[in-house]
Structure formats: C-alpha cells, structure tokens
Design a protein around this ligand. Structure first.
Ligand SMILES: *[C@@H]1O[C@H](CO)[C@@H](O)[C@H](O)[C@H]1NC(C)=O
Ligand SMILES: *[C@@H]1O[C@H](CO)[C@@H](O)[C@H](O)[C@H]1NC(C)=O
Ligand SMILES: *[C@@H]1O[C@H](CO)[C@@H](O)[C@H](O)[C@H]1NC(C)=O
Ligand SMILES: *[C@@H]1O[C@H](CO)[C@@H](O)[C@H](O)[C@H]1NC(C)=O
Ligand SMILES: *[C@@H]1O[C@H](CO)[C@@H](O)[C@H](O)[C@H]1NC(C)=O
Ligand SMILES: *[C@@H]1O[C@H](CO)[C@@H](O)[C@H](O)[C@H]1NC(C)=O
Ligand SMILES: *[C@@H]1O[C@H](CO)[C@@H](O)[C@H](O)[C@H]1NC(C)=O
Ligand SMILES: *[C@@H]1O[C@H](CO)[C@@H](O)[C@H](O)[C@H]1NC(C)=O
Ligand SMILES: *[C@@H]1O[C@H](CO)[C@@H](O)[C@H](O)[C@H]1NC(C)=O
Ligand SMILES: *[C@@H]1O[C@H](CO)[C@@H](O)[C@H](O)[C@H]1NC(C)=O
Length: 596
C-alpha cells in the first residue's frame, strides 16, 4: 500500500469577478506524511516531503500580472487531472488523414475544390507532401517521430477497378456522368500508378489503409440495394500484385458509405457481414506465409444502430476495426459553420451514437476496435475560408476529443485512430490543394501527434464553459500533456492545474540536485514546462496562417516543415490562455500512476 500521497496544485487566487486586475497566482503542494510502509518508499516519501517543504517555502509566490487591455478581459480557471488511472488507450498513430479519388470535375455548390489531389493525379514528387506525412523537420531527430497513418478511399472507391494484366477494357479515368451512380463513370487504377503510390508511401513510411471496391461486378437494384455477394476477384488480384511487388498495406477496408441508408447504394448488414468474412478469409489465405497480416476494416459508413449491431454480430469476429464516418457540422454550404464551431453548446447529433456503438461493441465485438475512418466536419468538400483556416482547428482538436470523451471511457472499446478528411483535397485538406502548403490544422495535428501519448487521462475544467481541457500522458517523454482550447473572443484565462495523486518520482533525483546546488550555491530547482500557443495570424479566425508562440509557421522554399518549438515557462505560473487560442502544455516533471 503506497501511503505517500501528494497533490500538486497550481492555483489561482479566489474567483475574483473577471475584469478586475491585477490577479494573483501561487503554487501549492500538499503532502501527506506516510504512516507506514517499508524503508524505501518511506525514504522517498520523506525526501519528497522535504522537497515539497522547501518548494512550499520558496514556491508559494505571488505573481502579479496585469492582463487588462482594451477589450481584453481576464478570467481564471482550473484544470483537474485524475492521475490514478487512465481512461482510454489510443493507437500510437492516432492521427490519420485520408487521400481520396475525387477528380478535378468534382464540384459542390458551384465550386470545384479538388484540383489534382486525386490519388490518380496527386503530385507524389512534391517535397512538402512527403515531409508532411513523415511529420518531420529535422533528419537528425526524425526517428523519434512516427509518420501519419493514411487511409486511401472515399465515395468513388467502390467504382474503381484495378487494372490487371490481360484486362480487355481500357484503364480509363472517372468522367462526369449524371446518369451513373454518384455522378461519375467507373474509374480505373493503373498498376503503374499503384506502384508510384506505394513507392511514395514506402519513402514516407506511412501506414496505409486501402479501401476496396465493394461494388465491383455488382448490380444495383432499383431500390438502391446491391444485388448478390461481393465479387472479390479484382481485389484478390490487387492483393496478389501488391504482395509480389513487396508493398506493405496495413489494412484492407471494405466499401465506403454503403452501410445503413448508404450514400448512393446500400448493402444489407447481413450481406456486408458475409462479405467481410470473405475478405478476412481472402487475407488469411493470400497472406498465409506472413507473420503480420493486414487487418480487415469495415464498413466505413455513417452510424446506424440497428445496421451496425447486426453487422458486428454477424461478422463472426472477422472484423478487426469498425470504421465510422462523421460529418457533424452539416453541409459545407451552411453559412453558420463558424457559429456552430465556436458555440460550446452546439448540439451536433449528440453523444448517443457513440454510446450505442460502445454498447454494440461490448455485446458483440470483443475483438473489434473502433476508428473514426473519415471525419471532415462539413460534408460535400467542406467550406472555403472555414475548413482551411484557423477557426477549423477548434472543431478539429475539440471534436477528436469529444469522440474520445464519449467512447474512451471503457478502455477496451476505445477509438484507436481518427482519420481526418483529407490530407489534401477539397476545402478541408490539412494541406492546400493547389500549393501543398500546410493549413493551420496540419500543425494542430502535428503537435498532437508529437505530444499526446497513448494514455488518455480523465480531465475536467472549472471555469468558463468556453474552455475545453484534455490531457494525455506525454508521448516519448515523461509527464503529461494538456490541451486547452479557448473559444472566448476577448477573455484571457489564467489556468491553474491540479493533479490528483501525483507521485513525483523525479523528486529524489531533483532533491539530490537541490542538495548539491545548495551546498555549492543556493539556487532554486528549475521546474519548467513547455508551452505551445497556437493563434490565428492578425487575430483573424479565417486566416490560413497560424502562429506558434507568436511566430508564423511556414514551410521554407525547400518544403521543410518548420520546427515546432515551445516556450519554457516556470511551473509555478498559471497557464495564460489567450482568446481564440489552442494551447498544448507539456509538463515533464509530473509523474502519476496512470502514466507508469
Ligand atoms: C480518480 O480515478 C479513480 C480511479 O478511477 C477514482 O477512484 C477516483 O475517485 C477519481 N478521483 C476523482 C477526484 O474523481
Ligand atoms: C536537428 O537536430 C539536431 C539534434 O537535435 C540539432 O543539432 C540540429 O541543429 C537540428 N537541425 C535543425 C535544422 O533544426
Ligand atoms: C447484372 O445485370 C446484368 C443485366 O441484367 C446481367 O447480365 C448480369 O449478369 C448481372 N450481374 C451480376 C453480377 O448479377
Ligand atoms: C467476378 O468477376 C469476374 C470478372 O468479371 C468474373 O470473371 C467472375 O466470374 C465473377 N465471379 C463471380 C462469382 O461472379
Ligand atoms: C435512414 O432512412 C430512414 C427511412 O427513410 C430514416 O428514418 C432514417 O433516419 C435514416 N437514417 C439515417 C442515419 O439517415
Ligand atoms: C457465423 O457464426 C455462426 C455461428 O457459429 C454461424 O451459424 C454462421 O453461419 C456464421 N456466419 C458466416 C457468414 O459464416
Ligand atoms: C465477449 O466477452 C464476454 C466476456 O468475456 C463474453 O461473455 C461474451 O460471450 C463475448 N462475446 C463474444 C461475441 O465473443
Ligand atoms: C467540444 O467537445 C465537447 C465534449 O467534449 C462538446 O460538449 C462541445 O460541444 C464541443 N464543442 C464544439 C465547439 O464542438
Ligand atoms: C493513488 O494511486 C495509488 C496507486 O495507483 C492508488 O492505490 C490510490 O488509491 C490512489 N489515490 C487516490 C487518492 O486516488
Ligand atoms: C520559478 O518561480 C519561482 C517562484 O517565483 C522562482 O523562485 C524560480 O526562480 C523560478 N524559476 C525560474 C527558472 O525562473
């Protein structure tokens, strides 16, 4: 029984009504004396208390800050993190982005936003694209960053044929055709292009999920239902070809938005389950000599409780990942997107679908995990000057967590991966469709990818409703990382942090350092944390340029992603969260049971 127990609190003064500066902040560390326990822990506890005593003396400080200027108001808040256990566990590469098939002729509400971003025409020699997926800016230290996960798919995937040796028909690209399903003719993936794509993914070390053509050689009845079973012969040929070439595919996903009511066409849950079993058998068979086989995913569609539960139940454990698509902001043409994004009370379909899915998985899918296979906020390609600007980062960072909030509670049914529509293409690309230059969301994604570890911590925020707070154990490093999202236009909030059940393992080491430094020359221990503040350039929410700690983030002429450098802040200071900002805070010195 570890009897030592301490609590780290960085607290603001009492709740003074906003707009009454100056404010007061101080750090408190409370330590409970151990009552029993063996020598080791007791000693550590004693040292810790000593340390905390010293810290208490020297760190109970008063910082006066005048945060007052014109319209800017100030407020206070407190983040509570429960350090006892983690509440969720995500994939190492939780951050995923998609590449789609839409040709340049894909237009929504009069604008055509896809350019040449299609898988068939994307410029694979573009340096920014390569660096963006690798997620690295510095070759020397690149090994510490894993690349992004990439899902290849989208609406037209079910209408793609894979060109095979001896095919009679020409391998032609999609053409607009209002008579055909989804408004386009069938398209074709030449194997030369498949080679190029795979070589590119090898170079970028991306983990690839490929969406297979579930409508291949299938007729659609007049009521919209696909007739008969999936004809897997074309997919089988592609898999065999891929193996022969030595290309690695992390997962094969069956179909796109054919579940429930479907987009265009529909497949019954019963049929889809049996098609999924066929795909799993195919994978097991074709990859039988492989120690690590690709995973099977499905259905890549919108959630509908009855359809999903029947599907999971009937797929008899053949499904490794159940993929859900979410567009919670409505159509891209909606004029109120920004309002919806900034309104913390905006109810977007609610949390019921997440809970329903969780129940389904509990009941039927012991071996299945959930991913968000595609989420782009607003459907029909997003919206220009919204989906590609700073304001969208509020939706992106918050929404991903909202999902975690809902589904992350039971650790065995977590959302493991979250795929953003898109990496490039449409208005919602992480990269600019024409120039490949990163949009603001790319940097939110990258910071998250680098800083947020696999364990999700239970976090709550006491203060304004317009600040959202989340925490994970840090990635590749000690301590925890907080994410604070401020949807307030005018209020700067000084945020204190309270961590339940913090055990400062570093304490004895630090204490030794302290003793040494005291012996030689009295000085305080340097407890600092790293902060990354993202804001819009010139305070304009529709800016396509984001500032990190006040400095513009931009790729250089060689297409190198800029380093994302934090500022060091004294741990005894409150976290100053500016209006309309997104803040990541890495606190290395906090050690909690949940992260060990
Ligand atoms: C922290 O989490 C533990 C384990 O889930 C729980 O027992 C405890 O009550 C939580 N603490 C608070 C303050 O909610
Ligand atoms: C890359 O990282 C190494 C090791 O940390 C460092 O010495 C070097 O200055 C970095 N280069 C750039 C361009 O940031
Ligand atoms: C699709 O319909 C055509 C025309 O009715 C028919 O010839 C063909 O056999 C059908 N294909 C399948 C796979 O059912
Ligand atoms: C599947 O499609 C291929 C290619 O058209 C065809 O040769 C084969 O007969 C089909 N298989 C079934 C079971 O319909
Ligand atoms: C599917 O269609 C039915 C009947 O038209 C409708 O009641 C239901 O809301 C639809 N489901 C979704 C998810 O759109
Ligand atoms: C799934 O398993 C059940 C029970 O073992 C079996 O009756 C059913 O045929 C299986 N479904 C398929 C499609 O293999
Ligand atoms: C899932 O696991 C639970 C408990 O281990 C077990 O009772 C249940 O039968 C399992 N369900 C399936 C579909 O395997
Ligand atoms: C942010 O997520 C929370 C749940 O975590 C949700 O209640 C809130 O509505 C979301 N806000 C926005 C703007 O999406
Ligand atoms: C702190 O963590 C320990 C070890 O995980 C646990 O036994 C204890 O109950 C926790 N204390 C609190 C107050 O949550
Ligand atoms: C952090 O703040 C404390 C209290 O104000 C001070 O004693 C200490 O020197 C500061 N540390 C650094 C690195 O500035």
């Amino acid at each position: 029984m570890p009897s030592h127990e301490s609590r780290l609190v960085i607290r603001r003064g009492s709740d003074v009504a906003p707009s009454h500066p100056p404010r007061v902040a101080y750090l408190i560390m409370i330590c409970k004396q151990p009552r029993n326990g063996k020598r080791g822990p007791k000693l550590v506890a004693l040292e810790m208390c000593l340390l905390i005593g010293i810290m208490g003396l020297c760190l109970v400080v008063v910082i006066t800050r005048n945060l007052f200027s014109d319209k800017i108001r100030s407020g206070t808040g407190m983040v509570y993190v429960n350090g006892t256990t983690s509440i969720g566990f995500v994939d190492e590469d939780f951050i995923c982005a998609t590449l789609d098939w839409w040709p340049p002729q894909k237009c929504d509400y009069g604008t055509c936003s896809w350019g040449t971003a299609s898988l068939l025409t994307l410029d694979l020699n573009n340096k920014i694209l390569l660096n963006a997926i690798k997620g690295e800016y510095n070759k020397t230290i690149s090994s510490t960053f894993s690349p992004l996960k990439i899902r290849l798919g989208g609406t037209l995937q079910d209408r793609v044929m894979y060109q095979m040796v001896g095919d009679q028909e020409p391998c032609s690209q999609f053409t607009e055709s209002s008579k055909e399903l989804l408004g386009f003719s069938q398209g074709c993936l030449p194997m030369s292009r498949w080679d190029e794509l795979n070589i590119f993914f090898q170079k970028s070390r991306a983990k690839v999920i490929f969406g297979l053509n579930a409508l291949s050689h299938r007729n659609i009845s007049t009521d919209g239902y696909a007739v008969g079973p999936w004809n897997s012969s074309n997919a089988e040929a592609l898999m065999k070809y891929t193996i022969e070439k030595g290309f690695t595919i992390h997962g094969w996903e069956l179909g796109n938005e054919l579940s429930g009511n479907g987009t265009g066409a529909t497949i019954t849950a019963d049929q889809y389950a049996s098609d999924t079993i066929s795909l799993q058998n195919l994978v097991q068979n074709i990859y039988k000599t492989f120690e690590v086989k690709p995973i099977v995913l499905g259905p890549g569609g919108f959630f509908e409780a009855n359809w999903f539960s029947e599907y999971v139940m009937k797929s008899n454990g053949s499904l490794q990942v159940i993929t859900q698509h979410i567009y919670n902001l409505g159509p891209g043409v909606d004029d109120h997107l920004v309002k919806k994004i900034l309104d913390p009370w905006y109810l977007d379909g609610g949390s019921q679908p997440f809970r329903d899915l969780q129940d389904i998985m509990k009941k039927f899918g012991n071996s299945t995990v959930a991913w968000v296979g595609e989420a782009g906020g607003a459907y029909n390609s997003g919206r220009d000057r919204v989906s590609n600007t700073f304001v969208f980062s509020f939706w992106y960072t918050n929404f991903s967590y909202r999902y975690l909030d809902q589904l992350g509670m039971a650790s065995s049914y977590d959302t493991k991966t979250y795929c953003r529509q898109t990496l490039i293409g449409g208005n919602y690309g992480l990269l600019n469709t024409v120039t490949y230059v990163p949009n603001p969301d790319y940097f939110s994604a990258l910071l998250w990818h680098r800083l947020m570890g696999r364990r999700v911590l239970s976090t709550s925020f006491d203060g304004t409703k317009k600040i959202r707070s989340y925490a994970h154990c840090s990635k590749h490093s000690d301590g925890i990382t907080l994410l604070l999202i401020n949807l307030e236009r005018y209020t700067t909030t000084a945020v204190g942090l309270s961590v339940e059940n913090v055990t400062i393992i570093m304490a004895s080491k630090q204490l030794k350092q302290l003793k040494q430094t005291q012996r030689t020359q009295s000085s305080t221990i340097e407890y600092t944390r790293e902060e990354y503040h993202l804001t819009a350039k010139d305070g304009k929410l529709n800016s396509r340029t984001v500032l990190l700690n006040g400095k513009e983030l931009a790729v250089n002429s060689a297409g190198i992603i800029p380093p994302l450098e934090p500022i060091q802040v004294n741990i005894s200071n409150p976290i100053i969260v500016a209006p309309f900002s997104i803040v990541f805070v890495h606190i290395p010195n906090i050690h909690i049971p949940a992260c060990t």
